[in-house]
Design a protein around this ligand. Structure first.
Ligand code: ASP
Ligand code: MG
Length: 419
């Protein structure tokens, strides 16, 4: 038994969906759990629809584009498309209904209800297509099995219940089917309200299934050849890691490597299940394997985290920054659920680099404005070089305006203005 995860890019149009089916054909003897994301960029499209609705703007054009996008894929894929177009229409009716129950007061819960429609639609289309192609495949809704708390948009897993449900239901399904299709990214709370696991959370879903089923491996099929030591869109000459340890991979995701969702590694490491990251465009290549290994002397890895905000808290009364000030800042960060990506203190100030989630940051600044003089810069990048070499640091520093930098034995980090 293996788990495969197909992200948005791997199912973004009809030919990509056909390519996915070809990949599945390569594993005829395997029981497969296939976790699918929303197609292409449809999660972003749904966010735009939700925000237009909340801003009381017209959603008609956006909804029509969303419908047409999927309709075009269906027309191309199916010999007989009437039934599946009807299913698409039904799901759009649900989306309309979800939107009408939405307001700014219940934003997070509404977000999850609305956004999950992308995954529901893609799983409906993939199920019908794989059945048309004679796979023994059936779709099961992940929200029935993955149980979570009610932290909408970033739900925590109720592992015991999810494990029980996934284990019994998937094993039951495999008595009749070869492929269990399910949605990534979604779960549900005790009241059966839809929750989501955070953007790009489908990787995590794949790991949850693998953990609960004790599978042989997980494979994430991506539009890159595996895990590279830099984002090839930003740094020329990026190199592939053929092997990585769980620890090395987890640290990369922590610093902002977007190739896999940060929560993916832990459940797999706990059960020693290998994770493969492979190219759906080039399935003959083996890609990267992440497993329990010891590798010395990794080549340096450059991770650029965009949309960062650097905030400096200064004490106002000519005293030095002390533990009491720090504790006040940390308590507030915890209260607003803001994560620090880098921090540094001086005699009279404390600086943090955080994701520019202005909705949360604004609340934090308001909350602390009477205690500190607060300065901030937006639109910055946090660059991390893991396993750095001095020459690489000076190359990357070249012609960049640096706001803050820090070095430990293994890592170099700096907050800079984007080039
Ligand atoms: N569709 C969701 C997103 O785009 C989840 C995922 O793709 O992993 O964030
Ligand atoms: Mg995605």
């Amino acid at each position: 038994m293996q788990v495969f995860k197909f992200g948005g890019a791997s199912i973004k149009d009809a030919s990509a969906v056909r390519n996915m089916a070809h990949i599945l054909k390569r594993f005829p003897k395997e029981k497969l759990v296939v976790v699918v994301s929303a197609m292409g960029k449809s999660t972003n499209a749904l966010e735009a629809i939700l925000h237009a609705h909340l801003d009381k703007k017209s959603t008609a054009v956006l909804l029509n584009d969303f419908y047409q996008y999927h309709h075009t894929i269906i027309q191309d894929l199916f010999i007989e498309s009437v039934v599946i177009v009807d299913k698409l229409k039904n799901q759009l009716a649900i989306l309309h209904e979800n939107l009408s129950g939405t307001n700014n007061q219940n934003y997070d819960a509404s977000y999850d209800r609305v956004i999950s429609n992308g995954e529901f639609i893609s799983s409906i289309i993939i199920e019908a297509f794989l059945q048309q192609e004679n796979f023994l495949a059936k779709k099961y809704d992940a929200n029935e099995w993955i149980k979570t708390d009610s932290t909408f948009r970033d739900a925590s897993i109720d592992w015991a219940t999810s494990e029980r449900k996934i284990f019994s239901e998937v094993n039951k399904a495999f008595k009749e089917k070869d492929i269990v299709i399910t949605q990534g990214f979604i779960g549900s709370n005790k009241n059966s309200d839809i929750t989501t696991l955070g953007r790009e959370g489908s990787d995590f879903t794949a790991a949850i299934f693998a953990y609960c089923l004790n599978t042989k491996s997980v494979t994430i099929w991506k539009d890159v050849p595996g895990i590279l030591n830099a984002d090839p869109k930003k740094i020329a000459d990026a190199k592939l890691y053929e092997e990585l340890s769980y620890k090395e991979a987890a640290e990369m995701t922590y610093y902002g490597a977007s190739v896999i969702h940060p929560k993916t590694i832990k459940p797999l490491a706990n059960k020693n299940i290998p994770l493969y990251v492979r190219s759906f465009q080039d399935p003959d290549r083996s890609g990267t394997i992440i497993y329990d290994c010891q590798i010395q002397n990794h080549i340096p890895c450059i991770i650029i985290k965009e949309k960062q905000c650097l905030i400096t808290f200064q004490v106002t009364d000519f005293t030095f920054i002390n533990e009491n000030n720090l504790s006040r800042i940390f308590t507030s960060l915890d209260q607003f659920n803001i994560k620090i990506n880098m921090m540094q203190n001086s005699a009279i100030s404390f600086s943090i680099c955080v994701n520019d989630d202005w909705y949360k940051l604004e609340k934090l600044l308001k909350h602390l404005e009477n205690d500190f003089d607060i300065l901030y810069n937006k639109e910055l990048e946090l660059i991390t070089i893991k396993n750095y070499e001095e020459s690489l640091i000076s190359d990357i520093k070249h012609e960049r305006k640096i706001y803050l930098e820090q070095k430990t034995r293994k890592n170099f980090q700096m907050v800079v203005k984007p080039k």
